[in-house]
Design a protein around this ligand. Structure first.
Ligand SMILES: [Zn+2]
Length: 126
């Protein structure tokens, strides 16, 4: 066997070994990533699931679009769909959607809250 042939043979063997090593490094990396993800999931405190009720506002915004407010975050969302499972604003699980019979109470709530906020701000500023 010539020296040239021998060198080529050795190079071919190394090629194989390199390919094998690359493959095992790759699968090792995948396993490492999976293990890290599993560890993260264990360290992270379980996400708190909150439940909320959506109050469908008496007045329709448009023909088929309802405004709702959330009992949990008190934020308003528009365009309620039947398949909503979570509050779009805070992600609480919707346990019930109910239509308000009278918007007065909500208006009063809102007015009272705004007044309270305003008063609190004024107290802070004094
Ligand atoms: Zn909410």
């Amino acid at each position: 066997m010539s020296e040239r042939d021998e060198r080529q043979q050795q190079a071919a063997r190394l090629d194989e070994q390199i390919a094998g090593m690359e493959q095992s490094l790759e699968s090792g990396q995948e396993a490492l990533t999976a293990m890290k993800m599993a560890r993260e999931a264990l360290i992270e405190p379980p996400r708190k699931v909150t439940a909320c009720r959506l109050r469908k506002h008496f007045a329709v915004v448009s023909k088929s679009s309802y405004a709702v407010d959330c009992s949990e975050c008190h934020k308003e969302s528009f365009g309620l769909e039947d398949d909503w499972t979570h509050c779009p604003k805070c992600g609480s699980v919707i346990t019930e959607v109910y239509r308000e019979n009278d918007p007065t109470a909500r208006m009063q709530d809102k007015a009272a809250k705004e007044l309270l906020d305003k008063l609190q701000k004024e107290i802070v500023n004094v």
